[in-house]
Design a protein around this ligand. Sequence first.
Ligand code: LLP
Length: 413
Amino acid sequence: MEEFQYRGGALFCEEVPLADLAERYGTPLYVYSEKSIQDRFRALDEAYASIPHLICYAMKANDNLSIVRLLAGLGAGADIVSGGELFRARQAGVPGSRIIFAGVGKTRAEIAQAIDEDVLLFNVESPAELEAIAAVGKEKGRTARIAVRVNPDVDPQTHPYISTGLKKNKFGIGADHVLEVYRRARDEAFLEPVGIQMHIGSQLVHVQPIVDAVGRVADLVQRLRDEGVALRYFDVGGGLGIRYRDEAPEGPSELAERVLPTIRDLGVTLLCEPGRFIVGNAGALVTRVVYRKDNGAKTFVIVDAAMNDLIRPSLYDAHHEIWSVEWRDEREIVDVVGPICESGDFFAHDRSLPVSGSGDLLAIMSAGAYGFAMASTYNARPRPSEVLVTGCQHRLIRRRETYQDLIRAEEGL
Ligand code: LLP
């Protein structure tokens, strides 16, 4: 959250007071720091500088076109998980040659779309999917490049919903079956096995589980080489954690130090798929207090943002710091809640926060990843605007939805 700082009692994003942005664009409002996104991307790029690599930004974290375009301009590729993300990536100017396609349920239509765009590779998650890719490739007379996603069966020590590399998870193919899938790909004319991939989970604050998994996958690369399958890409996935509260996450340099020797020895290009690390701390959700309410047992601060705008607290019980846009010394214990008709619509429970009253602005921090991207229009609430700040400049990168937007897909039916 380096780019969000108090100056003279006012909270700024880079050189712009958040209060000015709330005034200009209204609330709730997502605000992102361009510098923060650039700095995070460069930190990764520098950590891997000593070997050939491509950082494929995981678009699911935040697929705003301006943000993807910014990252593409810095040299990023894209990690996509749907035809819609492929469409957005291409709209944002990411070439197919820098796009990798993941996900356990790619449909034939999506596979065809990705073959048409000549994506760098498909991360294959099951033998059935491999057959589907081969069949679509054959129909089109085009060879598809593939990597197998290995399920290395390591515990990433994170929230169960975002843990993906254990046997009980739906992702990837177990190490025991990986070789036979590659043999099948090697023998199929319309498939070219070029890489191997893993991703064990998200918001990992220690790199050790990733290092363990890389070791297991590296063994497979060697065994495949002995069988005549020479892979060119090793994708270590995403998952690097960020600081939401008081975590001290290990970052790209710690990871690079531990895994680059292995990957360099294999002589392959490193791919990675970071999402949260790049955009998580670059964004805040600015919201205005509508009412205060004291029911005797609790004090509620009711704000104009809700779980439809940022679902992470409701869905994962995730902690997001809440700062007052105007500095206040005095604090009180409150619940911060939204206007939606569910008790699960909250941003904080029993939290010591600066005292705020109706009309005051609050900033819900570290909301750049899986914030807007997971927003919905539940309760017929139009989704908020998004603004990108660069130094003392700011620009709208997504306008607030209107009531008309809410009914557009139903009009005339
Ligand atoms: N690659 C794959 C195959 C993934 O499944 C994911 C995230 C990523 C890369 C990017 O992971 P990251 O670097 O952002 O940790 N909505 C949840 C997070 C879901 C993550 C799903 N997969 C949240 O708000 O915490």
